[in-house]
Design a protein. Structure first.
Length: 469
């Protein structure tokens, strides 16, 4: 049940159990969580520290507070938390066993159905997390054409926790320099920057890995140009559909945008919260990691004990069936449109057009926060998240619909957005200090954890070098 006793004037104020959790967890789990974007430094001080349960489009925290969920487990829940048709499939498979000495027979059925849903993809490989499949795709591409460099957009946030990617962020401790020098970056909004990379490194770029869509939506012709440049120079074109897959379209963005990738990587929404990821691609390339390859050196591609975990494959099969039998994409777009339009209306009503920006694709809404000078502001963003959470909406600056979000959920999101805009407008005039509890959220990619207090000129100009002194 909702914790009505934790509310004052309609706002959630009781986070006592969450505060105790925060005090203890860092003595047990490094970073306090297993994904940095779920860490305490990514949320306001007044926020749930952990989630106890979820159902459809809502979640409940340690204090019993109920929230409408906007990010849906980093985008990995597309149908809804504890969605019964998926749970039924998982329960049935669990009665048969989860893992065996030989492959589970369900692997063949899922492979058939996934490849049937993915035009141009001829082989597939399953895994448990996105970093594994993106790294496997990069390794496969390098083996295929004998080149060593990997190119990816500098303006995209994350592709892998492995050295080839993390070595080119500010969090590069523990990564040898040779690995750092094996990646090159370009601007995903400007195809000419990718063309320039191929000119600067002739015959050396093995692959280009990119998401098909940017946070700020752009014309699909841009990604099509990136594909043309990549293939013209003999590199492998890898499309990462980890976020856009089963959200931007069915199966993802590449069919919507008329792309023909060599390799694709998948995860998140396909499992509806269960740990399931996949890499798919052209047989000519994928078979380098198979048992039938005899002409070229064998690639040790993906070999994971739990990659074929049977009940997670059952979850993916059930998700596929829901997408085939119901208009999940259409329903999501309708919900997304209502949230986008409602947010834009509230921004206009509060005259915040220059300070709160909506970047909306048909399947996702991202919100940007700016101060009185028009600069991106972490304190103001964190304040807005704090106010949304206080109004019963777990919000991290974006909305990704799930199939079971209701009219009541949408109404609560927009009501919370209205109240948060009021506080934001006040903070623009009078300052955010005194309104924000605790510190502003920090960037995930930062070299040092930094000071314990907020610098007067936040964001601190020494963000990447401050050692907490």
């Amino acid at each position: 049940m909702d914790n009505a006793g934790s509310k004052e004037h309609g706002l959630i104020t009781n986070f006592s159990a969450s505060d105790r959790y925060r005090d203890e967890i860092h003595e047990l789990i490094v970073g306090g969580a297993h994904t940095y974007s779920k860490g305490d430094d990514q949320f306001p001080a007044r926020s749930p520290a952990a989630i106890v349960r979820g159902k459809h489009g809502r979640v409940w925290d340690l204090d019993g507070n109920c929230y409408v969920d906007c990010s849906m487990a980093l985008g990995s829940v597309s149908l809804g938390h504890a969605y019964e048709p998926v749970l039924d499939a998982v329960r049935a498979q669990l009665e048969l066993g989860a893992g065996f000495q030989r492959p589970a027979s369900i692997e063949r059925e899922l492979a058939q159905q996934m490849l049937a849903a993915m035009p141009g993809m001829e082989r597939i490989k399953f895994a448990k997390n996105g970093s594994n499949v993106t790294t496997a795709a990069v390794k496969l591409a390098r083996a295929f054409n004998g080149r060593e460099l990997v190119a990816f957009p500098a303006d995209h946030s994350f592709y892998s926790f492995d050295d080839w990617f993390i070595g080119n962020t500010s969090v590069k401790a523990g990564i040898p320099a040779p690995f750092i020098n094996l990646a090159v970056r370009y601007d995903s909004t400007r195809p000419e920057t990718l063309e320039q990379l191929f000119k600067e490194h002739p015959g050396r770029i093995s692959c280009v890995i990119t998401e098909p869509e940017n946070i700020v939506p752009q014309d699909a012709s841009v990604i099509r140009q990136m594909q043309e440049i990549t293939k013209r120079h003999g590199a492998v074109f890898i499309l990462d559909e980890m976020i856009s897959g089963f959200r931007a379209g069915f199966p993802g963005s590449y069919t919507t945008h008329g792309l023909d990738p060599d390799l694709t990587t998948w995860g998140k929404a396909i499992g509806n919260g269960f740990s399931f990821c996949a890499m798919a691609g052209k047989a000519e390339i994928m078979e380098r990691g198979g048992l039938r390859e005899t002409q070229h050196p064998r690639v040790f591609l993906l070999s994971t004990t739990h990659g074929g975990e049977a009940h997670t494959l059952a979850a993916a099969l059930a998700v596929l069936e829901e997408y085939r039998s119901k208009d999940v994409i259409g329903a999501g777009r309708a919900l997304n449109s209502r949230v986008r339009d409602g947010m834009l209306a509230e921004i206009a009503a509060h005259k915040l057009e220059d300070h709160i920006k909506i970047y909306a694709a048909p399947w996702r809404v991202v919100v940007g926060y700016y101060d009185a000078e028009g600069k991106a502001s972490s304190p103001l963003r964190t304040l807005f998240l704090q106010e949304m959470i206080a109004r019963g909406v777990l919000f991290q600056g974006l909305y990704m619909p799930c199939f079971t979000h209701t009219d009541a959920d949408i109404a609560q999101i927009l009501s919370a957005f209205r109240g948060s805009c009021e506080v934001y407008a006040h903070a623009l005039k009078h300052g955010w200090r005194g309104l924000l509890a605790g510190e502003p959220a920090r960037p995930v990619f930062r070299q040092y954890n930094g000071c314990k207090t907020v610098c007067p000129s936040w964001p601190c100009p020494h963000e990447t070098t401050c050692r907490g002194t």
